[in-house]
Design a protein around this ligand. Sequence first.
Ligand code: SF4
Length: 489
Amino acid sequence: MTQQPDNASASAGAVTDQGTGCHAGADELRRAAESAGQSALLERLAADYPTGPHDQPQSMCPAFGSLRVGLRMRRTATVLCGSACCVYGLTFTSHFYGARRSVGYVPFDSETLVTGKLFEDLREAVRKLADPDACDAVVVINLCVPTASGVPLRLLPRDLNGVRIIGIDVPGFGVPTHAEAKDVLAGAMLHYARNEAEVGPVQAPRGGRSERPTVTLLGEMFPADPVGIGMLLEPLGLAAGPVVPTREWRELYAALDCAAVAAVHPYYTASIREFETAGRAVVGSAPVGLDGTAAWLDAIGDACNVAGDKVAAAKNAFLPAIRGALAKAPVQGTITVSGYEGSELLVARLLIESGANVPYVGTATPKTRWAEPDLDWLESRGTVVRFRASLEQDKAAVDAVRPDLAIGTTPVVQHAKQQSIPALYFTNLISARPLMGPAGAGSLAQVVNAALAGKARFDRMNAFFAGVGDGDTAGIWDRMPQPRQGGAG
Ligand code: SF4
């Protein structure tokens, strides 16, 4: 089935300057998008991904989240439409992270953008890619300039030869973080799959349907965690369902066909909307540590109408093991936690239950009602939690707290290390460990304690390099720097 566009030309609001981008005026792009008839899209994005108090946390181009979700799915082709410099950065980053998959690109110039030829080029690219032997879906991602110009991806054919065409707008001026951009694509795919399931039979999961009711897991997690969650669910008569974002189109149907959804990452607003429309209950937080696991089992039991004695049996089976694992791997010290993954609050909970003092947690992701159980738990222990935290706030927290260890993003880690404060990268070192159930209970201690023990080494390094790379000692000078004549200091 092929739909013809009724008005495929980018409107009068077209942004024709390819140099306009994230460094040159989100406001201008937003205005252009409005005059290009994109107000409804901007309103939806503002509702799903609210900004403030800080508008846009510093992180990579948000579209990377959508790109990565598409690239990790089997039988899915992905096409970017945006300025060449944006596409260069996005493809570079995706290959840096081992995409091992081509990224399609439909370039444009001022003329093709304004005349609507760009849309025709996109439609042609999609037509060429829509080979049902190779693909279940083709994803087209509008970056900032085509979104601001109103390039109408909604007018692409809904499917070609049985291959689904998913067009999404992921502008940096509407989607604050790459974490939320994952939700933009996951939500669009769930929407499509839900509509398919409503009108007829759909493909079963690769391994067949689960005999037990399932709990869909929302948010990317360490590969061992779904297995651990499955073990926790077994005494309840439940099984772990797919993780969303899924790795294959057919898993979307299984994800929708669940008894409940565990919003392990609480910012998947568009995906949650699809699950709620499908009538699924959604449970926040995750089975982390002792309190977290007990509360989560209760909440899942409630959502899935599991008898109280089964929930009690699950708690009796797992809570002593978690208590034992936490006691065997204590963490002592003051730690600040910041990141943009969406699991920062869960990590802080585990650290506190391991014995650490965690006075500050900053996350680039927004506050949603699914984050409330973790927020309440942390605040009741005196932790300050900042949603949409900016780099400046994270660094100020390190300066104010002077922790024994700072867990954070690259610039936060750098800021801490410059002051001899041991620091760990959240993404590489913390997200690469299980967090859930008994397996997660003691998993952070080894890496955290090793880092805490490194303070003396940092002091030695800082003393050795004191004054190097700072002020006059930074960069290459072709003559001796001289004090400014008459300058103010
Ligand atoms: S697409 Fe990404 S890199 Fe390009 S202007 Fe937008 S936010 Fe910046």
